[in-house]
Design a protein around this ligand. Structure first.
Ligand code: SF4
Length: 341
């Protein structure tokens, strides 16, 4: 999940415009024009953008700048090439670490249920490795917060020498320095949400009906031949998607896995993968923290950009030339200056 890290990197913008930039700005203006019509659109953002669920990294992007996150959905392909390169390098480091603990196998999927089945099979494998006291990487987590379904992937879970279950999240950095406080806030939120979701899962709180309803999946859908074969190699006999869901729920409920005891962030320099530093995150009540985030997704309020104190974020934003929020904020800044004169 390097996207929010890259967003958080705040690198200096290139002075050269990437290919297609101006066309995308024009497209952005059109989209911005359509935004006025959106005010009369009764659909909430989840419905408007055809999203059945959120990824935890969506919340992190929202925490950085909600307006920027909305533009990234409405104007995909707007990323500057140097940022794409940073994301690719981050992804390679994550992949190398994942390969240290297990092989990656391709499974051919034919239906949406097949695709989700592979995620649940990964979760089942994770449960058994953790039960045996081993470390796991790329652990999927699912759950509902404030009526919205969330999906995430924890970088690493392992037991410390004291027997505590520790979540370790790897962040790759384009510079050999620790992030700023604004960047760290997002990383803290991410691991706190992961803990909240993992703990709820191992307490047996994954509600199958909710999951099926949010994701619009068919429990009776037979699994594809490749998915079944993959399940059989893991010692599981399942026929339809619902069988696998029930098996996952039972395994979680009767696993005796503990809650996560420690949350750690590990910052690595992308260039040579050296460790820059680690940080322990204290866990608090995130449901309260997320209420304002969720209010946006439920359509209870309009999109917000950054506060005036954080206007420095706009300097490295791809959407600075088309941003409506920034234009409004500019008016506020000018007005404030005039009132002070
Ligand atoms: Fe957010 Fe500033 Fe970018 Fe607008 S220009 S989307 S307010 S970061």
């Amino acid at each position: 999940d390097t996207s929010e890290t890259v967003n958080a990197e705040n690198p200096n913008c290139s002075t050269e415009l990437p290919e297609g930039y101006l066309q995308r700005v024009e497209h952005g203006k059109e989209t911005a024009g359509k935004r006025h019509k959106r005010k009369s659109d009764a659909r909430n953002p989840l419905e408007r953008y055809h999203m059945k669920y959120l990824c935890v990294t969506d919340l992190c992007a929202q925490g950085w700048c909600e307006q920027q996150m909305v533009y990234s959905i409405e104007l995909p392909g707007f990323l500057q090439p140097e940022r794409v390169a940073l994301m690719d390098r981050g992804a390679s480091i994550h992949l190398a670490r994942e390969l240290e603990v297990h092989d990656i196998v391709s499974v051919c999927t034919k239906t949406r249920e097949d695709s989700w089945a592979v995620k649940f099979l990964n979760l089942l494998t994770t449960i058994s490795v953790l039960q045996a006291g081993g470390p796991v990487r790329e652990c999927p987590v699912f759950g509902e917060i404030d009526g919205i379904f969330l999906v995430g992937v924890i970088d690493e879970l392992h037991y410390t020498p004291k027997g505590e279950l520790e979540l370790s999240e790897l962040k790759t950095r384009g510079r050999p320095s620790l992030p700023t406080n604004a960047q760290k806030r997002n990383h803290h939120l991410q691991v706190k949400v992961y803990k909240h979701m993992f703990d709820a899962m191992v307490r047996g709180q994954m509600n199958l009906d909710n999951l099926i309803r949010h994701l619009c999946l068919r429990p009776e859908q037979p699994l594809g031949a490749h998915v079944k074969e993959h399940a059989e190699k893991a010692g599981l006999t399942v026929n339809c998607f619902g069988d696998l869901l029930e098996l996952t729920c039972l395994s979680l409920t009767f696993s005796d896995l503990p809650n996560i005891d420690r949350l750690t962030l590990e910052y690595h320099y992308q260039k040579d993968n050296t460790l820059i530093g680690t940080e322990t995150v204290h866990f608090g009540n995130i449901e309260e923290e997320l209420q304002d985030y969720m209010a946006f997704w439920k359509g209870w309020r309009e999109t917000k950009g950054v506060d005036i104190e954080e206007a420095w974020k706009c300097r490295s934003c791809n959407y600075v030339d088309i941003c409506e929020w920034r234009k409004t904020m500019g008016t506020v800044i000018n007005h404030t200056k005039r009132t002070k004169q």
